[in-house]
Design a protein around this ligand. Structure first.
Ligand code: SF4
Length: 239
């Protein structure tokens, strides 16, 4: 099987996900709040948590957009994709993260603006704990939208014996944050629901973007996670 078969299924046009049916995962919210897995929050915090998880979940509007493009050249530190408007090039440790890929999915996923607005209102009112919980729900909702992108890609990829790699995002592990401009450029003219500031931060802040490689299952499995080869043992993002 080849990338062409996968592209025949996905097409090269952007796909939009505007429904994330999975409910808020409270254990993820606790993780974002810095709670160790083994520690249960006390009864008082549990009540506050329940209220604000519910409210933030209502205000969230998670969505995602992604597109799949063929790789025209993949080197240890550079990646060229065949986009609709011509070739685009990414720089960073792409060989380490996406080395097994024949196609690449670029994506942007967000919790939507409502959660951030609620967190700002709470901060202005001096309710820092509620604002932290709401922000943690925002991070969880953006991740839930990203998880749906991965799931859809996995389903499409499976049909031609391909599998997705781990996501690789600008601003992490050797890819400069400024690579966001190239990534967002791929969606030029599309309503992504997220904008980039001059300093390449995403608005809403509770958003994630990145590249996901797609390659033959056995190559992706043999390639494994770049974290297995990384010597930054203290890294909290290890996967
Ligand atoms: S361990 Fe951390 S720094 Fe190393 S590759 Fe994984 S996420 Fe990146």
């Amino acid at each position: 099987m080849s990338c062409a078969v996968l592209l025949a299924q996905t097409g090269r046009a952007p796909h939009v996900i505007d429904q994330v049916p999975a409910p808020v995962d409270v254990s993820e919210v606790l993780r974002y709040l810095g709670y160790p897995v083994s520690v249960e929050p006390g009864a008082h915090l549990q009540d506050i948590l329940e209220d604000w998880v519910l409210e933030a979940g209502r205000r969230a509007c998670p969505r995602a957009i992604y597109l799949v493009l063929p790789v025209s050249q993949l080197r240890p530190r550079s990646l060229r994709l065949q986009a609709a408007t011509g070739e685009v090039e990414f720089h960073g440790a792409v060989g380490e993260f996406l080395g097994a890929s024949e196609c690449i999915a670029a994506f942007v996923a967000t919790a939507g603006p409502g959660v951030e607005r609620l967190a700002s209102e709470l901060m202005e009112q001096g309710d820092n704990l509620a604002a932290m919980i709401v922000n943690a729900v925002g991070a969880e909702r953006a991740e839930a939208a990203e998880a749906m992108v991965i799931e859809q890609l996995r389903e499409q990829a499976m049909k031609c014996d391909f599998a997705p790699t781990l996501p690789y995002s600008p601003g992490y592990c050797g890819m400069a944050l400024t690579e966001q401009r190239t990534l967002f450029g791929l969606f030029d003219g599309c309503d992504v629901g997220v904008t980039l500031t001059d300093s390449c931060l995403m608005r809403p802040l509770k958003s994630v973007s990145g590249l996901i490689g797609l390659g033959p299952v056995e190559r992706v499995q043999a390639f494994g996670s770049p974290c297995e080869r990384c010597e930054l043992y203290s890294c909290a993002m290890r996967r």
